[in-house]
Design a binder for this molecule. Sequence first.
Ligand code: SAM
Length: 454
Amino acid sequence: MATDAKRPKREDGSSDCSVDESLNSFLLWCDEVSLNLSSKVYLSKEGTVAAYGMLAKEDIEEGHVLFSIPRCALLHPGTSKTKKVLEEEKNRLESPSGWVPLLLALMYEYTSAGSHWRPYLSLWPDFRKLDHPMFWSREERETLLKGTGVPEAVDTDLSNIQLEYKDTVLPFMLSHPELWDPERHTLELYQSLVAFVMAYSFQEPSEDEDEDPNPPMMVPMADMLNHVSNHNANLEYTPECLKMVAVRPIKKAEEIFNTYGQTANWQLLHMYGFTEPFPTNSNDTADVQMTAVYKAAQQATPNEAEQRLLVDKWKMLRDMDVVGEKGVFVFGKNGSLTDTELYMTLKVISMSKEEFRDFQENEGWEDDEDEDEDSRAAQALSFDGIPALAPDWKRLLHAAAGFTLTAYAEDLETDLRVMEEPKALAKLGHRERRALDVRLGQKSILRKLQQLTH
Ligand code: SAM
């Protein structure tokens, strides 16, 4: 039985069963599967940042277990009705994403009236609320998100989804007509479920860093929590169950926030369809294409002999896997997050002909030199360290940041004017506002890099 404490509460504190029957039947299901919810929290659509969320009914101390989920309540290929065929024929379901088995299990469970997971999945009767950029028009993406990296990431997703559905999922469904029917389990449903998995699934951390990452799974109740970078709860994995634990004291009426990881706004938008309002996301980042640093070096190289030397240097950096054609140097709010690669790149590019020849003969740096270099790199390429870099390094960074800024449709000042003008901000649609948060977060980091390297 769901207790009153678990029923959705209205702002006045009373509960109203008619408000959300699907939430009540989910809470009953939680009781049945021994998913234990603390009496200090409740689920609601009121007082949360986005649709469902969890709120504190009273003050909560750090370390309090907000809820625990037995492993049998998790939804993944191993717990789904489709387990047997998914396991027996798993070789047919391999794909770069590794998500196909979960997606097939979800397609079945989502559309099966008798599914054990019905009270859980019925919380989302359709997926129209998902607003990932993959559901925006191409024109919206290209106009609002030009330069952010999101349009390219979405194009890759969309073509992978189509290929995976046509080449792997469809043939598999056709050979199991007792479980799937392509008329019902369409590409459109598949794409919605991809977005659902992107935004709602969890990946248990692997015990061994060298192992392949674990495939995603659905974790009822944990996926009712919204995210902020300054979160107050965290999911812990034990052999028997998963526990959401308060990581700091939480005041009565505060929302309980999980963390979806240290995630920049462009990634939050791409994977979850939302952003943290600019400038609150402490995990925001901006990418500088590695090729932008190369282009900056080319422009700074006066003659043909030097140009040829630069080509050799870049080739060596590529052979050492320090740079790649599509690679990026990532900057956070406090400086470079890919400091080792960037430091090596700047160092090699700035070598004289003789230094580079020695470097080639040594086949790179000695191992102990590498370790010293790592700690030097982190300090030197932090925003505190960058002003003290050698002038030629600063010039390269300055030019690369400049090239990156020109890839956006509008400059930083234009975006800032909108952000700072309440009337202009109020006129923005939901998507325009999200895109503005992404652009401003990235551009302000790039601008800071430019200023520090001036
Ligand atoms: N609010 C969700 C619901 O009602 O189904 C539960 C959380 S679900 C794991 C993730 C989704 O919640 C995201 O895709 C996004 O739509 C929303 N969300 C999470 N954190 C958010 C935030 N800080 N601001 C806006 N939306 C958020």
